[in-house]
Design a protein around this ligand. Structure first.
Ligand code: FAD
Length: 378
């Protein structure tokens, strides 16, 4: 069948579903995305989880593959290293790589917005307010909560960590699945621009206040603010549970993150108004069943400490695109190779992300560890 007559459904217009739709539409497929939420571009709202993300070369390579690297890099802030803030407010800049290497801070909403616009520009149709509740694997049919059932030639689940496609797969024989919440959650706080309108701290770094069992980080935004994220245990002596009043917040931050306190003027209000969110690792296999396949967080949700969740989801899209070049069509051989290549990588990045929590909150402040890293780089 001609590709233009082959209908592809994608669940989820998130970062990965939108990028996948662009690469498939560019290959000539007739692509429709079904998104649970309303169109964030019309609401003017960005919503969702973290406000900004670290975009690395892995993700940029996938964006380059669909011709979007330069456009997206225009709205990125390079972060060539991490800036460690110790308890006394001393700073230590630790480069991530060699001279000229960096990761990028990018707005989640801005990136998603751009990818949806680009998808529509290459002919992808996005159906909002379509929440998938079930899938038939043999007919690539998605069933929605508005009563509609839509059949396609192939269906991808790009519908995130709590995927409806994966949920349907879980009810089938020999499907392996595990999920694990870590003991820490996170809360976002805002560091606005300084009174002179400039960034309050160095914008060309990912800032970390490592404090052992917990940490604060900050990534720069284009409007010269920073989004700070407190990663903190849910329970325990020093935890979300132990901080109950504004006075507790003030005392805790003054004790542990003193240099950040004057830079987060709405700390006490935001601490209680902003949500506390949990962090999950999801592993599963297989990723393919009948005429359906999982991609992005739906296949491999990981904790954010390596900054690689979106990047590895983008890499899924890149690998799928390369396999389409190799096989010419979505075939059993292609799908087998896709999951054989990607499942081990998904598991590896999940492990690295869990390990990096310990490195970020703890070891980056350890002199012996820092010295070792410097030696390794030489
Ligand atoms: P999602 O972004 O979750 O998108 C899924 C889409 O599917 C959503 O639009 C949702 O509304 C829709 N949907 C869900 N269910 C249904 C349904 N039943 N029917 C239809 N539509 C549905 N990654 C990085 O690479 N770098 C970082 O710095 C980074 N920082 C992070 C910080 C935090 C605090 C967190 C929580 C994550 C971070 N990540 C980071 C991970 C990154 O956010 C995810 O890996 C990425 O969003 C995955 O994209 P996705 O499109 O697969 O899933």
């Amino acid at each position: 069948m001609d590709k233009a007559q082959q209908k592809i459904s994608i669940l989820g217009a998130g970062l990965v579903g939108s990028l996948l739709s662009i690469s498939l539409a560019k290959k000539g497929y007739d692509v429709t995305i079904f998104e649970r939420r309303p169109d964030m571009r019309k609401a003017g709202a960005i919503g969702g989880r973290s406000i900004n993300l670290a975009l690395s070369n892995r993700g940029l390579k996938a964006l380059e593959n669909v011709g979007l690297k330069d456009k997206i890099q225009e709205s990125c802030i390079p972060m060539p290293g991490r800036m460690i803030h110790d308890l006394k407010g001393n700073l230590d800049f630790q480069p991530y790589g060699k001279e000229g290497e960096f990761i990028n801070s990018v707005s989640r909403g801005g990136l998603n917005w751009l990818l949806m616009n680009e998808a529509e520009a290459v002919g992808v149709q996005i159906m909002f307010d379509h929440r998938c509740i079930d899938v038939d694997f043999d007919t690539a049919t998605a069933v929605f909560d508005n009563g509609k059932s839509i059949e396609a030639d192939f269906l991808f689940g790009g519908d995130g960590a709590f995927s409806a496609l994966r949920n349907a797969m879980q009810k089938t024989d020999r499907f392996n699945f595990s999920q694990e919440y870590i003991s820490a959650g996170y809360k976002e706080l805002t560091m606005p621009p300084a009174p002179d309108g400039d960034f309050a701290i160095d914008p060309n770094a990912l800032h970390i206040w490592p404090r052992g069992e917990y940490m604060l980080i900050a990534l720069p935004n284009l409007d010269k603010s920073f989004t700070c994220t407190l990663f903190f245990p849910f329970e325990g002596e020093t935890s979300f549970a132990s901080i109950k009043t504004e006075a507790d917040v003030e005392a805790f931050f003054n004790d542990k993150f003193k240099d950040a306190v004057p830079l987060i003027p709405n700390l006490k209000t935001e601490y209680f108004e902003n949500p506390t969110s949990s962090l999950i690792t999801v592993r599963c296999s297989p990723w393919v069943k009948g005429k359906t396949a999982l991609i992005g967080d739906a296949a491999h949700a990981i904790v954010p400490f390596y900054g690689q969740g979106m990047n590895s989801g983008f890499e899924d899209c890149y690998v799928f695109d390369q396999l389409l070049e190799k096989y010419g069509e979505i075939s059993d051989a292609l799908l087998n190779e896709y999951q054989e290549l990607r499942i081990p990588d998904g598991n590896a990045i999940a492990d690295l992300a869990l390990y990096n929590f310990i490195e970020m909150r703890d070891k980056v402040a350890d002199e012996k560890f820092v010295l070792q890293k410097k030696i390794e780089k030489k």
